[in-house]
Design a protein around this ligand. Structure first.
Ligand code: HEC
Length: 117
């Protein structure tokens, strides 16, 4: 019985591994800050493509996934071409703040999970 009793604890610890925690936190950031323009799974948003008059890069695709963490960090914090520096909160939110450097690693951990979905 003692041995059986230890299995669920191990399962719980596995679910709380730092990586899955980071990507869960990153998912919340993504849903707050990227989803409007890039879609729920990075698959894009045709309405936003028309608005920006550009085919916004799909975040689940090779073009984006092959970028280094540093490149992604730079896009998120500083923007690139038509993309503005990323903000906490959807565009319609009143009080917005820029995504901070401390938030970026969790966000990138989540972006990496979007690959090939
Ligand atoms: C207000 C709309 C908007 C939001 C919000 C937004 N993006 Fe973008 N993003 C764009 C547009 C537009 C482009 C295409 C820019 C261009 O090619 O001119 C882009 C491009 C990108 C690219 C590709 C850059 C490259 O090297 O070509 C990445 C990566 C990216 N966004 C990540 C993110 C992440 C991560 C978030 C959330 C933190 C985010 N974006 C939030 C509009 C947005």
């Amino acid at each position: 019985m003692k041995h059986f009793g230890s299995i669920p604890l191990i399962a719980v610890l596995a679910m709380c591994s730092p990586l899955s925690f980071a990507s869960e936190n990153g998912k919340a950031l993504f849903n707050n800050s990227c989803i409007t323009c890039h879609g729920a799974a990075g698959e894009g948003n045709p309405v936003m493509d028309r608005f920006y008059k550009v085919r916004i890069p799909r975040l689940n695709m090779q073009y984006v996934q092959s970028k280094s963490d540093d490149e992604l960090k730079n896009v998120i914090l500083n923007g690139k071409r038509k993309m503005p520096a990323a903000m906490n909160g959807l565009p319609e939110t009143q009080h917005k703040s820029k995504i901070t450097a401390e938030q970026v690693p969790d966000l990138i951990a989540y972006l990496r999970t979007l690959k090939n979905k």
